[in-house]
Every structure is written in structure tokens, then in C-alpha cells.
Design a protein around this ligand. Structure first.
Ligand code: DAH
Length: 339
């Protein structure tokens, strides 16, 4: 029996050395010291021993048990510690490593210029009005004094949804919507997307953007129009900028003008951008036609107004020196990144 006990101890010591995780240790404990463990089984047989040997063997067995228990708990502590050290090492965070910089998006150049233009007009007391891109034929044309046989109505230019509904070809119908809803004084700009079935090239896109302006009140004159557009041009293109009004024709204004600004690139001396004229056309404008006011229930005897409309994409291109309108719609990230 004594030999058996010594053997259990020796085997246990050997086995313990090769244990290297907590599961194995637990398995070992059950196998050796558990209820059905080797040591326990040996002790069960103590009854068969002669009485005088029992205390000696009993004491030896207890010594072995407490020795093994002690070793086991030392080993357990060691392994637990090693596991903790390992985890701490693995989970250590180097707080000095530089963070990952998130890729930031940017505003589209057209949006940037739109924001800038809005600021300029808000600074002059304008509100922003918007209208739908899918529009009534009557607001897009009829109300703006564009009769049925006008060339602007040509199916070549207009995307029709049906006989009465189309994709607006300009932002001018927002003038109509504004005047139908609200009585003077009116002072709004109407930015938005417009559509024309033009062939695509460097200066034409079937989708583009306009900003409409409308001021209606008592005693509004062409002088007010010139003043507003002059301030606007100087703020967008620089304080040296001059404006020039050339007589023109629009069905919805009378009189009408096209407005040029001195070329921001050559300041008037002539360059490729201004086709060596020193001037660049930027918008159409005029005094709101009495028929347009009357259509909206505003008495042309009492009120007058001016209106203007400009291409936002064109102004964007002029400001940034972009020579092809298609770049604004292709969404090539290499292009957009530059703004
Ligand atoms: N709607 C015109 C166009 O798309 C631009 C325009 C010209 C608007 C004169 C106006 C204006 O309000 O008075 O070509």
C-alpha cells in the first residue's frame, strides 16, 4: 500500500510538469484527488489493512494529498498568471499610434458656388424659393408669355412627360408659383435644376442649374435691376468687375437685356475665355412683362418688377476656370477632389 501511494505521488509529480493549461489541470485533479480518483480509491481500501498500519498509511496518504493539493494550487496560480500576462500583452493598446483619418467628402463645386450666391442675395434681402422639377406646361411656358408656337416650346428642346406636364426648361416657372402664392413685396431667388433635350458637348448638358431672381413691388425700375446685378457681379467676380446691359428679347420681360461682366481672367483686355472681347455674358434679365404680372393676379398698373436668370454651372466654370460643363456631372472623384 505504501508503495502504491508513493507511486501515485511520483506519477502525479511527473504528470503535473507536463500540464500547461487550466483544463488539463482540472482533469488531473479529478483523476488523482477526486471522489473516484486514484488516491481516494487507495484510501478506500484502508479498511483491509491491519489496524496498526492504518494510522501510518492514513498519515502518509494525507501528506501526499495535501502535498499534491498544494502543488496543484501553485501550478494553477502560475497558469492563471501566465494567461493574464498573455492577455494583457495581446490587448495592450499603444495610445501613441496616430489615428486613422476618415476620408472626408467635399461639397460639389456647383453646391459651393450656389451657397456663395445664396449668401450674396440673402445679404441683399432676398428669400429663397423653390419649385418642382416636374412642372405644368402652363407655368413653364404659357404664364411666362411663351405662346404655343414659340420656338422654346419645340419638342427638340423640352422633355415632355405628357401634353400638360414636362421637365422644367428653366427656373422661371418658380416666378409664377411665387407670385400666385404671395402678393408684393416679393424678393426671391429660385435656384434649381432644369432640363433640356440638347445634344451634350463642352457647353451643353441635358441637366443643368439656374438661379432665377424676382423682385416685385411698387416703383421697381430698371435702375434697381442694374444696382442689384452690379453688386452681385462685383461680389462674385471681384470689385473691379463692370457690368454691361445689352438689349435682348425674352417673352416674359419687357424691356429685356442680356448682361455681360468684364472677363475675370483678363480684366477686359481680351483672352481665350472671353473670345478676345473682354466681356462674358452671364445672365438674362428684364422688367417683368405686364402680362406675366396680370396672369398671377398682380395689377401691372400698381406694381412693377424685375427678373433675371443665370446658369449656375456656367458661373461655376468661370469662377474655377473649368472648360467643360460635362465635368460637373460626371462625378469623377479625381476632378471633384480639387475643390
Ligand atoms: N429663363 C431664361 C432662360 O432660361 C433666363 C431668364 C432670362 C430668366 C431673363 C429671367 C429673365 O427671369 O428675366 O434662358
Amino acid at each position: 500500500m505504501r508503495d502504491k501511494l508513493e507511486q501515485i505521488k511520483r506519477k502525479a509529480m511527473e504528470a503535473m510538469d507536463s500540464l500547461n493549461n487550466l483544463d488539463q489541470l482540472e482533469e488531473f485533479r479529478v483523476k488523482t484527488l477526486g471522489k473516484k480518483g486514484e488516491l481516494t480509491l487507495v484510501l478506500r481500501e484502508m479498511g483491509k489493512l491491519p489496524p496498526e498500519e492504518r494510522p501510518v498509511i492514513g498519515q502518509l496518504a494525507n501528506e501526499i494529498r495535501s502535498y499534491l493539493e498544494n502543488e496543484l494550487s501553485k501550478k494553477t496560480a502560475e497558469l492563471k498568471n501566465a494567461a493574464l500576462e498573455k492577455r494583457l500583452a495581446e490587448e495592450a493598446i499603444d495610445v501613441t499610434v496616430p489615428g486613422k483619418v476618415p476620408a472626408l467628402g467635399k461639397l460639389h463645386p456647383v453646391t459651393k458656388v450656389l451657397n456663395e450666391l445664396k449668401d450674396i442675395f440673402l445679404g441683399m434681402g432676398f428669400d429663397v424659393a423653390e419649385g418642382p422639377e416636374v412642372e405644368w406646361d402652363s407655368y413653364n411656358f404659357e404664364a411666362l408669355n411663351i405662346p404655343k408656337n414659340h420656338p422654346a416650346r419645340d419638342v427638340q428642346d423640352t422633355f415632355y412627360i405628357n401634353e400638360n406636364i414636362l421637365l422644367r426648361t428653366h427656373t422661371s416657372p418658380v416666378q409664377i408659383r411665387t407670385m400666385l402664392k404671395k402678393k408684393p413685396p416679393i424678393k426671391v431667388i429660385c435656384p434649381g435644376r432644369v432640363y433640356r433635350s440638347d445634344a451634350i458637348d463642352a457647353t451643353h448638358s441635358p441637366i443643368f442649374h439656374q438661379i432665377e431672381g424676382l423682385v416685385v413691388d411698387k416703383n421697381i425700375t430698371m435702375g434697381d435691376l442694374k444696382g442689384v446685378l452690379d453688386v452681385f457681379a462685383k461680389q462674385v467676380f471681384g470689385p473691379e468687375t463692370k457690368t454691361k446691359f445689352r438689349p435682348h428679347h425674352f417673352p416674359f420681360t419687357e424691356p429685356s437685356a442680356e448682361v455681360d461682366v468684364t472677363c475675370a481672367i483678363c480684366h477686359g483686355s481680351g483672352c481665350r475665355v472671353c473670345s478676345y472681347t473682354g466681356w462674358i455674358e452671364i445672365l438674362g434679365a428684364g422688367m417683368v412683362h405686364p402680362k406675366v404680372l396680370a396672369y398671377c393676379g398682380i395689377d401691372p398698373q400698381e406694381y412693377s418688377g424685375f427678373a433675371f436668370g443665370m446658369g449656375l454651372d456656367r458661373i461655376t466654370n468661370l469662377k474655377y476656370g473649368i472648360d467643360d460643363i460635362r465635368l460637373l456631372f460626371e462625378n469623377d472623384i479625381r476632378f471633384l477632389k480639387q475643390f
